[in-house]
Design a protein around this ligand. Sequence first.
Ligand code: OGA
Ligand code: MN
Length: 284
Amino acid sequence: MIVTPLSPVMGAEILGVDVAHVLGDSDFETVRRALLDHNVIAIRDQHLTPAQHVAFSQRFGDLMVHVKAEYLLPGQPEVLVLSNKKHPDGRAMGFEDAGRYWHSDMSYVDEPPLGSLLYAVEIPPEGGDTLFCNMYRAYETLPNSTKKRLVGLRAAHSYVASFEGKTSSGYARDTLTDEQKAQLREVIHPVVRTHPETGRPALYVNPGFTLRIEDLPQDEAVSLLDELIQHMTQPAFQYRHVWKPHDLVFWDNRCTMHHATTYDPSFARHMHRTTVRGDRPFAA
Ligand code: OGA
Ligand code: MN
């Protein structure tokens, strides 16, 4: 197995491993270590059935089932389909414009995913790249005065609010049914979280789902969130993933955010995602 950094800020590609079959402990440990060291890993040239994708993902923990049930793979609900393809009857095969704003997956639940594994089944010849930003770096480079101000702060995250355009993303697209809304509620997480495996602090707010900051008047919360978002999304902290066919990209949601980009909709983009449950965020 060969692990090669993809940018100075984060990201690595892994060649020479086939995750369709059960990895030996030492290969598994190499992949796990690469994720912790590089935050985003692109495992190249994979040929995975949905069951193999699920089985590899489960080595890292229990899988989560996304609330948007209409986009789960039939018979394999641990797989969320992101796609602009249509069934013959015109129904969407997947979530077409998922994640076109900065976010950390499912930060709106109590135990958000430690990571997500997105598999490129079909990609357009260009466009549809995924941007990532390094939230360790974002935290470390804050002025000391801001770091002090963030101590003990906690923020509310909500998926429903994002659909209603109430988070700072203001990006409303698909909808949630009343039944889906009933499965969701606001959750509270520390603004700075300690990564449970590396012990490093990382910013943990995102414009997609972070609604407000506990105990701060909303105008102050909005201006603090804006300031943090401005800081953490600067190009110097970003890695742009340009997809290759058969990439399996695994990112650590505890120390990164990501952002989907657009592409020419006359080309197909069809991806499968699994999501591995993580710990409840804490600040040490
Ligand atoms: C996701 C996501 C981005 C993309 O799968 O969680 O945000 O580029 N995807 O498809
Ligand atoms: Mn996402």
